[in-house]
Design a binder for this molecule. Structure first.
Ligand SMILES: [Zn+2]
Length: 155
């Protein structure tokens, strides 16, 4: 057993989320060296509309609405902390947990690949993804706490 446990609020956020993703999150909390909270699991279309309007999300076709995505946010002293050095540690733990369970995971830090298909440092994945987007003349929308089941395998 690891040093962290999912809190009641995190468990509540996982209600309605696909069981394969719940299994990954449950294993991740055992492996992680950085505590996290499940900040967002399932979302209603109305919640998603508000996030798009505020610029926090780019699409109404979110994997959160269908229960195929979670946001895992670093949690220290009862506070959520959106900090990259902490987020990388969580992404490492998610990848280790997902590989162990054989569940493919797509990460908001590098949308154009499957996190579980690579062993590159999570920090490098974000830098490389941003570079690819820049090269293509596009903006990189990076969402480090976001993890989802790939749509191709989980429609
Ligand atoms: Zn998300």
């Amino acid at each position: 057993m690891g040093q962290y446990k999912l809190g009641n609020k995190s468990l509540k956020e996982l209600t309605g989320v696909h069981q394969d993703l719940v299994a990954v999150v449950s294993r991740t909390i055992e492996l992680t060296v950085q505590d996290f909270a499940v900040h967002d699991g399932i979302r209603t279309l109305e919640e998603q509309r508000r996030l798009v309007a505020s610029g926090a999300s780019q699409t109404l076709d979110s994997r959160h609405i269908t229960g195929h995505a979670v946001d895992l946010v670093p949690y220290i002293n009862n506070k959520l902390r959106w900090e990259w050095e902490l987020i990388y540690k969580i992404a490492d733990a998610v990848r280790a947990a997902a590989k162990e369970l054989g569940t493919p995971i797509r990460w908001g830090g590098a949308w154009d690949l499957t996190l579980t298909d690579t062993d590159d440092a999570t920090e490098d994945l974000v830098a490389d993804y941003s570079a690819r987007r820049r090269q293509a003349g596009k903006k990189a929308f990076i969402d480090g706490p976001h993890f989802e089941l790939p749509k191709m395998l989980y429609p």
